[in-house]
Ligand binder design. Structure first.
Ligand code: PXP
Length: 240
């Protein structure tokens, strides 16, 4: 299983002072040096963390791959077509939310997402849809040409009991298998950390996990190199 690092929260710390440091771009380059398989970043409509300068510099400088999380709005689609990430992950976006709160509803907005995927494909950008582990959402994603899905792992990560946690994990297991059968790549993320990742890593058919907050938070204590290497050690120990 591959591991991509989301660097948004480095920009959150930078923006707290409106100064240049810490720079999420330098952080991403260091993370690549320590072995991450890709860099993820979310260019939000309100630019609360990552800004256009960051995205353009990341595009220019990183050597692995760029996964641009984004809402499917005309403005951001135009920016993505210009920036040319390897992958655009379409997410729902509300200004008031602290972080992405759940998957997109592909079924109820199927023409909207069909058009967004077509626009991004015209620019030769692969598209991933961030969805709940729900086979109907997966079928709709395949129908409109998504190359990948990203399974929202938030309900698993925030489960209130062990039973709930294993129920969520079972849904993720079924969803990942179903998406693979339909020929899509399968990513997963949200709320994964050094503890809940262990059981998660037993799930088959997941190509890549996208983690931000837990690794950035751990890096504050132990440094980025150790934070990245500890995650890889878990992946190598518990992963499929
Ligand atoms: N995947 C998506 C689509 C997200 O929106 C986020 C949060 O930015 C993540 C993964 C990473 O979540 P976390 O920061 O909780 O690891």
């Amino acid at each position: 299983m591959k591991f991509s690092l989301n660097v948004d929260h480095v920009a959150t710390v930078r923006n707290a002072r409106g100064e240049a440091q810490p720079d999420p771009v330098t952080f991403a380059l260091m993370a690549e040096k320590f072995g991450v398989d890709g860099i993820v970043t979310h260019l939000r409509e309100d630019r609360r963390h990552i800004n256009e300068r960051d995205v353009r510099l990341l595009r220019e400088l990183i050597k692995t791959k760029l996964d641009l999380e984004m809402a499917a709005t005309p403005e951001i689609i135009e920016t993505a077509c210009d920036v040319q990430p390897e992958l655009s992950t379409l997410v729902p976006e509300k200004r008031q939310e602290l972080t992405t709160e759940g998957g997109i509803n592909v079924i109820d907005n199927i023409e909207h997402y069909r058009d967004a995927i077509a626009e991004l494909h015209k620019a030769s950008i692969s598209v991933s849809l961030f969805i709940e582990p729900d086979v109907n959402q997966i079928d709709a994603s395949a129908e409109i040409g998504a190359d990948f899905i990203e399974i929202h792992t938030g309900l698993y990560a925030n489960a209130g009991s062990e039973e709930e946690m294993f129920d969520e994990l079972e849904k993720i297991r079924i969803a990942a298998k179903h998406a693979k059968k339909l020929g899509m790549g399968v990513n997963a993320g949200h709320g994964l950390n050094y503890i809940n990742i262990k059981d998660f890593l037993a799930v088959e058919n997941i190509d890549e996990i996208s983690i931000g907050h837990a690794v950035i938070a751990h890096a504050l204590f132990v440094g980025l190199e150790r934070a990245v290497k500890e995650m890889f050690a878990l992946i190598n120990t518990y992963g499929k």
